[in-house]
Design a protein around this ligand. Structure first.
Ligand code: NAP
Ligand code: GCO
Length: 266
């Protein structure tokens, strides 16, 4: 028996939202190396073009679409085009996301809504667009990119934590509602990963010292380092492959142990 065959994504179509760079790009790269055909979207043509150039440089024949995942009509059109031009989506990664780091009392309701829209409403919209064809095909994999903030709060990220907590429960509900159609819906909860989204938390101070938050995260992580997008590749392939066909409604935390650790004594 060759157990590694179960991790193959040969012949599968994988849609990764917001995958011109960052975590989504790394996951798409991993899926391509496991044999999947990659389709991705980004909100601006310039970022889709940037992403296509990166995929090409990495030897990946990806297809990119301009799509704001918060707009249901755009998402429905994109999925219809993907089905016509590439094939039915076998694997969906709801990766696109934003964060606004604003103290709650200073945050406007509109700013709160914008974060909820991208980080929670959009995964609902995109999942709703791909599930019907997954049901017809008799299988599907949905991977929602959750967060430490699906479990923990911290100052200034009220909207993001609310969205990612909700995304954890949306993950469990898709599992509950569509598991009987052989659709597995799971989440990945990355720890603190070095991407553009967290760049402000790692900026060097004027005196050249490390950002206080950078030092804080390293002290809170048993592996004493920030994660990289590459750290998410293996777990993402596992959750998209036949190797996880009886894993459903699970949030797999890829955090270097943060959630298990009280933190190093200062
Ligand atoms: P990132 O570098 O900011 O990339 C986010 C991507 O999402 C960008 O390509 C962005 O495109 C796209 N996007 C944003 N709004 C969109 C919309 N309305 N429609 C389509 N695409 C949209 O973020 P990241 O660090 O790679 O994070 C990716 C995911 O992982 C997010 O869901 C994030 O919450 C989650 N996460 C990140 C970390 C971390 O430490 N980095 C940890 C846990 C979870 P544009 O550039 O064109 O806006
Ligand atoms: C923050 C960070 C985190 C990470 C990630 C942790 O401001 O606290 O941006 O939210 O992005 O979600 O898992």
């Amino acid at each position: 028996m060759d157990i590694l065959k179960d991790f193959s994504l040969e012949g599968k179509v994988a849609l990764v939202t917001g995958a011109s760079y960052g975590i989504g790009y790394a996951i798409a790269k991993a899926y391509a190396s496991a044999g999947a055909k990659i389709v991705f979207c980004d909100i601006k043509q310039e970022f889709v073009d940037k992403g296509l150039a990166s995929y090409e440089a990495d030897g990946i024949d990806a297809k990119g679409y301009v799509c704001d995942v918060t707009k249901e009509d755009m998402v429905q059109d994109m999925v219809k085009k993907i089905e016509e031009e590439v094939g039915v989506v076998d694997i969906l990664v709801n990766n696109a996301g934003i964060i606004k780091r604003i103290p709650m009392l200073d945050m406007t309701a509109e700013e709160f809504r914008q974060v909820i829209d991208v980080d929670l409403n959009a995964p609902f919209i995109v999942a709703k667009a791909v599930i019907p064809s997954m049901i017809k095909k008799g299988h599907g994999k949905i991977v929602n990119i959750c967060s430490m903030m699906s479990e923990l709060g911290r100052e200034t990220v009220s909207a993001y934590a609310a969205a990612k907590g909700g995304l954890k429960m949306l993950t469990r509900n898709i599992c509950s509602e569509y598991g009987e159609h052989n659709i597995q819906c799971n989440g990945i909860g990355p720890g603190y990963i070095a991407t553009p989204q967290t760049a402000p938390l790692r900026e060097r101070q004027p005196d050249g010292s490390r950002h206080p938050f950078d030092q804080f995260i390293v002290s809170k992580t048993p592996q004493a380092r920030w994660g990289t997008p590459e750290d998410l590749m293996g777990p993402a392939v596992f959750l998209a492959s036949d190797a996880s066909n009886f894993v459903n409604g699970h949030i797999l935390y890829v955090d270097g142990g943060i959630l298990a650790y009280i933190g190093k004594q200062p």
